[in-house]
Design a protein around this ligand. Structure first.
Ligand code: ATP
Ligand code: MG
Length: 574
């Protein structure tokens, strides 16, 4: 686990050393006060406590106090600052890392789990680094020091004290392990709560429209109840072990005192040693009691570290070239196979070529793999077999970020950030000027409606874009893509029926967006793709038919049937 922690903290480890050393020094000064107490008591017993001695002890204590105040303030602020910085860096590194892992990670790790890792687990980790580590170091140092002195006074007393520690400490360590097991379950419940919250909040419109608010809230409420139960179970489960630990420590105190008194009576130890032992015994009991309280926090460290390192160790998608020059933007699927889950065969030996500057339309039944094809081109996933090439280069060799710079995607579900319309369009090109943004909006036929809003381009849209209509959101996403001006466009046509005006506007803006680009369009209405350079009919992840509209109509296969069905439906509608 220590090596995992070192890996997670990375280079910030070195910066944490100084404050930890300072806090350790503080322990040494703390020991000095016990020394002074001992000296005063000894002088009292020997009846030679003079005024000048008291003055000397006081001066030493004042100096020690000032030194402690200085060291503590430096050490504590240092560890807080460096600890927070180390965790901030971890958060950035992990966030960056997660971005470059293939999307399968997000499938298997629900949003709840991932949010939990990036918030709670990191928070636990931060608390332990900034608070508990130095406390633990102090405890271990102080008890070792006190134990060694006991051994110097009397070996038998030292051995009994050591035996008490050796019995008590494993009990609490074992308890910690048990609690960590229960804590694991609490984490699962916690993930469930976050997932349910996300589900409830993002789906509230749908739930309301189907009058499911009560039922969904029941699921959310149940997850809250489960969390409460698990939290209590986790907190309560450590109690018996802490109690057992404290009983052993507390019982050993009077037993040791009794033995020491007997030894003093038998003159095995002298007055000075007897006195020293009493002070040490009181101090050690206090230190060990504090350890039991601190250990409670450490039980989370292992769990948090495990989760964090698992995420950290997930392989990023490999690539060979940091940056790449494309000679052309032909897209080629060369015997590509891919499956989301083993044995599913979502894409089966798929072969096709989309020439630069042409439009390829993908059609086929639901579940035939159309969206998957576009996700594979954007390298959201890596193919299992075969190769996807852009400009003759295997996309597995291209850094995912670089690849995405050359690809624009316009999806059915448009996601807008909770930000201004201006910033939402500017996502396409971070350094765009206001003029460029407005120009893109004009080309995408959305300038007019934006201009009619009270704050125009500075109008804030809700998270997910909930304050705009479907057509408006789609046009904003087209403006975003126009601004990006990438040579490859992946387009998932809207299936939701838009009103005629909106549809016409969108069609016009898509035409402008796709001019002279390599376009892969998933078409749901066949009349929109009659002019495509190539139409690919997908079925079960492989090409069933391929060609221009006129050719496919002559083939009289699936495309012909689909087209006729659509034409008939139109007649019925009329
Ligand atoms: N993220 C995923 N994880 C696991 N399986 C998936 C995932 N996405 C899609 N699938 C499965 O892969 C198959 C192909 O899905 P895909 O979304 O590519 O179909 P599609 O042709 O786009 O369908 P539609 O016309 O309904 O949009 C389906 O059986 C689907 O259930
Ligand atoms: Mg789809």
């Amino acid at each position: 686990m220590i090596s995992d922690i070192r890996k997670l903290v990375g280079n910030d480890r070195k910066k944490l050393r100084k404050p930890i050393v300072l806090l350790t020094l503080d322990t040494l000064f703390n020991m000095l006060s016990y020394g002074m107490m001992y000296a005063v008591l000894l002088d009292l017993i020997n009846d030679n406590l003079t005024y000048s001695k008291i003055r000397t002890y006081s001066i030493i204590l004042i100096i020690a106090f000032c030194a402690r105040a200085f060291i503590n303030s430096k050490g504590y602020t240092g560890i807080q600052e460096q600890g927070a910085r180390a965790v901030e860096n971890m958060r950035i590194t992990l966030g960056d890392h997660v971005r470059n892992i293939n999307l399968g990670f997000f499938n298997k790790n629900s949003i709840g789990n991932l949010s939990n890792i990036l918030t709670n687990d990191l928070q636990d980790f931060e608390k332990i680094i900034t608070h508990n580590t130095s406390d633990l170091i102090k405890t271990v140092l102080l008890s070792t020091y006190l134990l060694i002195i006991t051994f110097f006074i009397d070996t038998q007393l030292g051995l009994i004290q050591l035996a008490a520690i050796l019995i008590a400490v494993p009990i609490i360590l074992y308890g910690g392990k048990k609690v960590a097991c229960i804590g694991k379950h609490k984490k699962v419940v916690m993930n469930e709560v976050i997932s349910r919250m996300v589900e409830y909040l993002s789906g509230i419109q749908v739930f309301k429209s189907h009058n499911l608010v009560g039922e969904k809230f029941e699921r959310l409420e149940k997850s809250f109840r489960d969390l409460k139960k698990e939290s209590i179970r986790t907190e309560v489960s450590i109690v018996p072990y802490v109690l057992a630990f404290q009983v052993i420590v507390d019982i050993s105190f009077p037993i040791l005192l009794l033995i020491a008194t007997t030894k003093f009576g038998a003159s095995v130890i002298d007055k000075k040693e007897f006195l020293t032992f009493i002070i040490i015994n009181i101090a050690l009991t206090n230190v060990l009691r504090a350890f039991a309280a601190q250990y409670g926090e450490f039980r989370y460290l292992k769990l948090a570290t495990k989760k964090l390192i698992e995420t950290y160790n997930k392989k990023e998608m490999p690539y060979r070239y940091e940056d790449v020059e494309f000679n052309n933007y032909n897209i080629e699927f060369d015997n590509v196979s891919f499956e989301y889950e083993e044995g599913e065969n979502t894409i089966n030996h798929l072969n096709f070529k989309a020439k630069e500057g042409t439009m390829t339309a993908l059609i086929g039944p639901s579940g035939s793999g159309k969206t998957t094809v576009t996700s594979l081109i954007a390298r959201f996933w890596d193919v299992d077999n075969g190769m996807i090439k852009i400009g003759g280069k295997n996309i597995k060799d291209i850094k995912p970020d670089t690849l995405l710079n050359h690809v624009s995607m316009v999806f059915q579900d448009v996601y807008l950030l909770h930000d201004t319309i201006y910033n939402n369009i500017r996502l396409g090109k971070q350094d765009a000027t206001r003029e460029e943004v407005i120009r893109a909006a004009k080309i995408a036929n959305c300038h007019e409606f934006i201009d009619s809003l009270s704050n125009k381009y500075d109008t804030i849209v809700g998270e997910g874009g909930s304050t705009l209509s479907g057509g408006e959101k789609q046009r904003i996403s087209i403006a975003r893509a126009i601004l990006k001006d990438a040579p490859i466009i992946l387009l998932d046509e809207a299936t939701a029926s838009l009103d005629a005006d909106n549809e016409l506007e969108i069609r016009k803006s898509i035409k402008k967006l796709t001019a002279n680009k390599t376009v892969i369009v998933i078409a749901h209405r066949l009349n929109t793709i009659k002019d495509a350079d190539q139409i690919i009919v997908l079925n079960e992840g492989t090409v069933e038919e391929k060609g221009k509209h006129s050719v496919l109509m002559k083939n009289k296969k699936r495309y012909y049937n689909m087209y006729n069905e659509m034409e008939n439906a139109k007649k019925w509608a009329i």
